[in-house]
Ligand binder design. Sequence first.
Ligand SMILES: Nc1ncnc2c1ncn2[C@@H]1O[C@H](COP(=O)(O)OP(=O)(O)O)[C@@H](O)[C@H]1O
Ligand SMILES: C=C(OP(=O)(O)O)C(=O)O
Ligand SMILES: [Mn+2]
Length: 526
Amino acid sequence: MVNHSALIQNLISKETAQVQLSAAQLVESSLRRGEGKLTETGALRAETGKYTGRSPKDRFIVEDEVSRDKIDWGEVNQPISQEIFDNLYEKVVTHLDKKDEVFIFNGYAGADENTRLNLRVVNEYSWHNMFARTMFIRPESKEEALDIDPQFTIVSAPTFKADPDVDGTKSEAFIIVSFEKGIILIGGTEYAGEMKKSIFSIMNYLLPEKGVMSMHCSANVGENKDVSLFFGLSGTGKTTLSADPQRELIGDDEHGWNEDGVFNIEGGCYAKTINLSAEKEPEIFHAIRFGSVLENVVLDETGKPDYDDGELTENTRAAYPLDHIDNARIPSIAGHPNTIIFLTADAFGVLPPISKLTKSQAMYHFLSGFTSKLAGTERGITSPQPVFSTCFGSPFLPLHATTYANMLGDLIDEHEVNVYLVNTGWSGGEYGVGKRMDLTHTRSMVRRAISGELALNPFEEDSTFGLSIPVSVPGVPSEILDPRNTWESTDAYDEKAQSLKESFIENFKKFGESSEKIAKDGGFSL
Ligand SMILES: Nc1ncnc2c1ncn2[C@@H]1O[C@H](COP(=O)(O)OP(=O)(O)O)[C@@H](O)[C@H]1O
Ligand SMILES: C=C(OP(=O)(O)O)C(=O)O
Ligand SMILES: [Mn+2]
């Protein structure tokens, strides 16, 4: 029998354990250890080698008494045995035990104190611990931190490479969650995003059990206390569109929604930085300074980041604490949403840049989760790959999609939320022919949707999907609002749109007969 907590306890009580270091201490040790470089604005920059995005094929959940009947097992939640987990766990702890130093951070996930998760992160790398410190919710003092009794512990050993034949993994990398032991074991990959998304997956398991909706979305709040949520898979614009100087930022990626309203799960943001510019995304650009961590961004010899250089990956990243955004709301808690936006990066270029959804359409599109996987966000993805990612976050959902969809449906009803579908993907033709939607246009459309102005203006129904397209939006050329007008050939558009509609119908079959009504009401039955 492996005594999991004794092994960890042993590791963290060693003299070599660096516990709850400050940002300055972590930056210093990262530089001293040769793990990273300092940029001209004082951010810590590291490279992650082979793994520069999440590696979903290497992610497993231990199948045990606790998880067996609850998890929606399959390609996303792959089962692994207790025995394989225990064996790897012992090896990883032994590996860490031999190191000169390990780095430990105690903190929280969830700004709502009633449902927050106490967590601990044990890192082989100092810069990973800096990432954890940046992204999770930091205790106010070291005393508070040391008092935390963690419900979940991340143990991360990037230089430990598994041998699939011996260890029972799929590759040298592994991300294994044990709900019973409260452990997330990460090895073989240096991509820091695995840590935050693992904790998100845990919250997607724990919160619904407490009757709280958990969501892969960003959130902000306006002067009138009007709250907006932006759901979307990686790279669709959650972080970019939620950073708005006219609104307070609640969070950029992971939220809960309880009987009082919404709350952030994290204490930091994790932005994509490819082609980042001060002109187009000033809030994010200026958030990258001391206290932030850059991943795989190319620097020149003076330490100046070249955000246009995607040589290491398209998925270059910046992690920064929420308070690096001027108008961040901390603690990150607000009321009930007025507006929900589903972000889709449609690589076919056939969905309108913005359309208003009825309640039935909202349920249908939430369950469908049509979008694209964007380059670099997952291992092996080099160009946009259309995908149905249920609830706009299937890689992070341990429970069956209908659990989340039913909760959202009830909340939308109860709080009379306006829901829009926004295509931040392609326009004027599919990927390769058309162009990515203009960000300033997307921002204008989103602003009018949030202000409530859009809902008051006339809409026209599109002929394929039954979506309500606004006839005009100030600041946006009217001809782009109906994507059919932006294609050189309307026949080609109709053909592509029809084929996407058929994919929607085909995909929805996986939800079974009980969801037929949702498809019919959403306008997608044959
Ligand atoms: N029309 C658009 N809307 C939103 N983002 C866009 C658009 N066009 C290009 N982008 C770029 O796409 C990326 C969106 O990434 P991000 O906001 O980090 O997504 P997420 O937070 O959902 O993973 C950013 O690099 C942004 O500059
Ligand atoms: C960190 C990630 O999330 P996002 O791109 O949605 O911010 C990720 O998908 O690895
Ligand atoms: Mn993001």
